[in-house]
Design a protein around this ligand. Sequence first.
Ligand code: ADP
Length: 387
Amino acid sequence: MPSPRGVKSHPCLVINAGSSSVKCSVFDLASDTLLFKDEIERVDSIEGAIGLIAERLYQAGHTDIKAIGHRVAHGGEYFRDAALIDDALVKIIEEYTPLAPLHNPPILAGIAMTRQHWPDVPQVAVFDTAFHQTMPPCAATYAVPEAWREMGLRRYGFHGTSHKYVMLRVAQELNTTPVQLRIISCHLGNGASVCAIERGVSVDTSMGMTALEGLVMGTRSGDVDPGIFAYLKRALGFSVEQIEDVLYKKSGLAALSGLGNDMRDIEKQAAEGNAKAQLAIEVYAYRARKYIGAYAAAMGGCDVLAFTGGIGENSATMRSRICDGLEFMGLDFDEEKNRQIKLEEFEVPQLQRPGSRIRVMVTQTREQWMIAQETGRICKREGIDDG
Ligand code: ADP
């Protein structure tokens, strides 16, 4: 869609390079519209995928990209905000790559390739970890030797872009500002995390140094006793690589249900009496509820409990299970509303009864859009915005 008459369009390309696919979108920052969206699945190489994206953009007539935003998984302690990409910044991201060995390499390859394709376009790195850099030391610190902590062992948290979006959208919907609110944001997708957002800043989140900690996820275990590692190695002869592979790719909902990681299948089977599927759902909901209680305690209360991500947005049963038992916090959940909502784009329906001390809100996350917004903000801040 073109910009309103007289307003110069400002197309911003967003690249989200994962290990199995590269997602891209183009937003016109001037008119706040989505111009283009694509996903290259099962990429043979990131370089090839970026080349294909460049070609498709060219064919669609998007030859005037003004800025590019990249989702970067791990920005370590260094990045508290999104940042303009240059050689020095790429070097710093590379230094943090051992902390995100699965996620950062395809992103770095994507950045290198986009810089080749669009050498004159400003590019911005938007970090999943940046939003959580406000966590106080008591939440970010692991109780391990100082020498280990000096090597970077601490909690960083992820899904920051999504949690930040939820915070802004919820505040907007309530006609207020984030500083007025204590929000517990539940991003429940294939990856999943909960975030405690106190008066506009993240004060705790369930993912830690890696994206393994916290909630039960599609194929990731979430919290386990670290003692498991030694047992698996000593008693069963597993290698570190094997353990890591299982905890990332063969655990979570998939392992508990034996049905794969799709919550729709698991819910269907559970309803038909499949005991494994029922257990998977119970463990999932219990872990989420436990974190919500913990974060209410961390913030001394909660004003909004927000759900997003494929499961948070779509599964009324899961929302209901998670909220079941939170009455002690002042939550009066409206089961009827919960069952009835049909989430439309950008809407933020509320699921509490009148008089409930806590609001329950649901919204579709918009990570790509948020990355475009952050990219525009950083370009403006750096004085390179010609939009
Ligand atoms: P990703 O983290 O890969 O972006 P999504 O946010 O799309 O993933 O979430 C994927 C999860 O959402 C899957 O477990 C899928 O089963 C679940 N999901 C999607 N729609 C529904 C639905 N209608 N009911 C229950 N679960 C759903």
